[in-house]
Design a protein around this ligand. Structure first.
Ligand code: 6PG
Length: 245
């Protein structure tokens, strides 16, 4: 399968980014449901996607998705209670998941209350039980944020978790970005992504985005994009002007 050429879309600012991302979610989920009957959407944590989650919760857009056919997972999670402002799931629930009719059993929240190790093992099982293509759990739509250091998920430059190839989910204990204890999908899991959307906004992300797009594989986000492309997945970048500079 020939590797796809990345799509790159640059929009003015954070508001336009939220609008474009929310519309991309509708299109991606509906296209996947059309083909497979259901779709798994892997959300990203961090602050960048929150406005897009909120925008998608608005009636005019949320009506465009058959939510009963969507499973929602989280690409990485911090080991904090879901009520904690640092919780990726808590943030996504407040902005979107509490406002759309995804059946409870299709809300695949990482059970971080178990501790990073046990939660990673449990979430590995959850992902392994998803419908598969080519022996890999199929992740129809995956969103990734990017850190200023080029990290994505909770995979940080130079950290051992980046190299894990025999697991879908890993515990993370020394995250340079607080909180330190987390769980994260691996690059091996991302190889199951059909549509990857990388979101970045602000001048602080410009260097990492430029290096990743130039193929600097010291950055986990570069490796993530390469893993998706190599498995035949579609890669899109959605950037605001400052991040694309
Ligand atoms: C996390 C994230 C992380 C995030 C980037 C960008 O849990 O911290 O999943 O990978 O996407 O750090 O974060 P911002 O969007 O807040 O800049």
């Amino acid at each position: 399968m020939s590797p796809q050429v990345d799509r790159v879309r640059v929009v003015d600012g954070p508001e336009e980014l939220a609008e474009a991302a929310a519309r991309a979610a509708v299109a991606g989920l509906e296209a996947a449901v059309e083909v497979h009957g259901t779709a798994t959407w892997v959300l990203t944590g961090g602050g960048t996607p929150v406005a897009a989650y909120r925008r998608l919760a608005a009636h005019d857009l949320r009506a465009g998705v058959e939510w009963d056919r969507v499973r929602v997972a989280m690409g990485d999670e911090r080991c904090v209670p879901v009520e904690d402002p640092e919780s990726n799931w808590g943030q996504a629930a407040a902005a979107l998941l509490d406002h759309v009719p995804v059946p409870d059993h299709q809300l695949l929240r990482p059970p971080v209350e178990l501790g990073a190790e046990a939660a990673a093992d449990a979430y590995q099982e959850t992902l392994a039980a998803l419908p598969a293509t080519g022996g890999r759990p199929r992740l129809e739509v995956v969103w990734l944020g990017v850190g200023e250091d080029g990290h994505c998920l909770s995979l940080f430059p130079g950290h051992p978790e980046v190299e894990v190839a025999d697991r879908l989910v890993v515990p993370v204990h020394h995250s340079p970005k607080p909180p330190r204890d987390r769980l994260s999908l691996t690059l091996a899991a991302l190889a199951g992504a059909e549509r990857l959307l990388v979101l970045a906004a602000g001048p602080g992300k410009a260097d990492a985005v430029a290096r990743a797009r130039a193929g600097d594989d010291r950055l986990p986000v570069t490796r993530a994009v390469a893993a998706v492309r190599a498995a035949g997945g579609e890669v899109s970048w959605l950037l605001d002007r400052a991040a694309a500079a």
